[in-house]
Design a protein around this ligand. Structure first.
Ligand code: SF4
Length: 248
């Protein structure tokens, strides 16, 4: 566990390497999008394998729903990015090369094996591998629990199949989000042409598509990938961002 007390006088980032901690100036990174800042930090510390957490402009300005980005994944809920922002902490880079001691390795291995067996026996697995969490959007619509148009509708014809039906066209890579996992629900998506060409996202996940998509009455997948991409770069939680937009 890492506990950060107090706040820095000016923007900094932390580098933790095998328990050794350095505090580095982040003045040049303040205001920078999360993806770029993470790349620059990896470059500066000379370690492309360091794992990162980083805030964007939203956290720096202490927006109540600022996220913390870890590579392309978001710790979105609860405004944790604003906590880093108030501490003037742009990012944390961590690298460890030691082993992780497990109290009972045999029991641990057995539990992992058993869990993987259960996951692979699940009827939902192939859907998760194919489309990730957005596979559930159509189910929610069918069951009348999909928040649409600022929660004014919970089941709509216009949203039927609109998301999962086209999502596959934008997937460039099926992946796991961090250490190897049996589900590999994470999808790297890219918009190749049109006004949002170049937008890239590890997602969007179900939550993003319901909040920025269905809840705002939007079913344009390239626009939604672009919105997800921008939220990640600014470090904004896509759920709160989407429902705020829908309410407005
Ligand atoms: S750990 Fe696996 S199941 Fe969980 S979000 Fe990442 S890829 Fe999906």
């Amino acid at each position: 566990m890492l506990v950060i007390q107090g706040r820095a006088e000016k923007p900094v980032y932390l580098v933790i390497s095998n328990g050794f901690v350095q505090i580095k100036d982040a003045g040049h990174l303040w205001g920078m999008p999360t993806d770029l800042a993470q790349e620059i930090i990896k470059d500066e510390i000379g370690d492309g394998k360091a794992r990162m957490t980083c805030i964007g402009a939203a956290g720096e300005h202490q927006i109540p729903y600022a996220s913390i980005m870890g590579e392309r994944r978001a710790a979105g809920r609860g405004g944790a990015g604003a906590v880093m922002g108030v501490k003037n902490l742009k990012a944390i880079a961590v690298r460890g090369t030691k082993n992780i001691d497990v109290a009972d390795p045999d029991r641990f291995r057995k539990a992992v094996k058993e869990t993987i067996r259960k996951i692979q026996g699940s009827a939902q697995l192939s859907r998760m591998v194919k489309h990730g969490t957005i596979t559930f959007l159509d189910d929610l619509n069918d069951h009348g629990i999909l928040p649409c148009r600022n929660f004014q509708e919970a089941q709509t014809e216009w949203a039927k199949g609109l998301y999962s039906g086209v999502f596959e066209d934008f997937i460039v890579k099926h992946m796991h989000c961090g250490p190897p996992c049996a589900t590999r629900c994470s999808k790297l998506t890219l918009v190749r042409s049109g006004p949002y060409a170049g937008a890239v996202s590890e997602g969007p996940e179900y939550e993003t598509l319901y909040a920025i998509g269905a809840c705002c009455g939007i079913a344009d997948m390239p626009a939604l990938i672009e919105a997800d991409y921008l939220c990640d770069r600014y470090g904004l939680d896509t759920i709160s961002f989407g429902v705020s937009l829908a309410f407005a």
